[in-house]
Ligand binder design. Sequence first.
Ligand SMILES: Cc1cc2nc3c(=O)[nH]c(=O)nc-3n(C[C@H](O)[C@H](O)[C@H](O)COP(=O)(O)OP(=O)(O)OC[C@H]3O[C@@H](n4cnc5c(N)ncnc54)[C@H](O)[C@@H]3O)c2cc1C
Length: 442
Amino acid sequence: MVLDSRSLVDHAGSVLEISNQQSVSQPSPVDSFTHRLDYDVAIAGGGIVGLTLACALKHSGLRVAVIEAKPIEAGFSWRRAYALTLMTGRILAGLGLWDKILPQIATFRQIRLADEDSPAVVTLQPQDLGTAELGYVGEHHVLLRSLYEALDNTPNLTWHCPATLVAVDYKSDHVTLHLEQESERRQFTTQLLVAADGARSPLRESAGIGTHGWQYWQSCVTAVIRPEKDHGNVAREHFWTSGPFATLPLPDNRCQIVLTAPHEEARALLETEESAFLVELERRYGGQLGRLELVGDRALFPVRLMQSDRYVQPRLALVGDAAHCCHPVGGQGLNLGIRDAAALAEVLTQAHATGKDLGTLPVLKRYERWRKLENLTILGFTDLLDRTFSNRWRPLVMARRLALRLMAGLWPLRFLALRLMTGLGGRSPQLAQHPGKPQLER
Ligand SMILES: Cc1cc2nc3c(=O)[nH]c(=O)nc-3n(C[C@H](O)[C@H](O)[C@H](O)COP(=O)(O)OP(=O)(O)OC[C@H]3O[C@@H](n4cnc5c(N)ncnc54)[C@H](O)[C@@H]3O)c2cc1C
């Protein structure tokens, strides 16, 4: 009996048809039924979050499929870098990837926060947190390639790449996936479908899962620069009333910059001559980094905050940007997604070990209860930061400068802010407690 059916256009422009079909007969017992399905978990989206989940399920005994719309090489050529939290470092170490990743990324041991031309600069140091470092900056291709190589030749993993998911039938005891791969239509069944298909998630929309949030009045310009002076492995967040301006250190004395500004100003910064763009950056640095060189192209991103109303429903779970998006201030978005992946993998592995059906709500709700509130806290934190600092109202300007002075003088405030920013607050996945984790405690 078909209860509901919808269709939509996915990011690649193809039509994705969804039907929710409930069987009127009793489902077969889990064990006898699931072995007849092609997969236990199918992950739609082979970005960093989707592959982290696949990697975390590698030794679970589950049969996993990854469906990615673009050729994998397309992801290797994406020139973007992310601030990675200490928690992300621990999760990647738990996956056995850290020794390979660490030499290719930058480690920062100082964060400097500044408010426009105010002299009240706050410097956060590892001793404020009792750790050896405060975070890392890694490039997209480094993370993606490491995950991909770790998954190469995994016996229980099947790649469908490039492949487009064109239709999904949700049944009470499994999901049927219809893919287009190499001009052929193929059909597979799975216990659980995971949407790791990014912020515009066709799967979330077609499943009728609503979202709350808003578009900001700002956009982000990103670029990689090479300064004349040594960046000193310092991460900088300089708040301007137009929006925060982050500078993240990269290997080879390069820096990833993320400059947030009202849409028109951001577009003008994207389109202006390279020399004028660099002059504007040098003005913002006040000469601290010397002359700047642009390495590669600039890019423009819209900025939004979004939280899905549900992270799960029978046979479907959302992870990463498919579940939530936040303002890039503080560099949190990907880190939250990596943590979602570690949490979901833990829940699924435990459910599998006790013979439970992975697609049922009691199992999936454990993941939602774990991650939804924690993510909302960070979404709120990034929103508060952006609204408080992108503001010219005099009393608020005075209040935030006072807050920065207090933070500079009071260790407990620096400690609390760092717990939030480094991901060390909240419930830690077991993967992050792996003996191979970076030795953070002194
Ligand atoms: C300017 C800017 C700066 C940022 N800086 C940081 C930072 O410093 N630190 C940080 O943690 N986060 C940062 N973020 C956030 C971060 O970029 C995102 O949170 C992260 O990339 C989301 O990863 P994802 O794997 O969930 O989604 P995506 O990277 O969007 O991956 C989704 C994948 O799904 C595939 N796909 C889509 N539809 C389908 C389909 N139907 N079938 C199969 N495959 C499909 C896509 O091809 C893609 O490969 C920043 C964001 C912006 C905009």
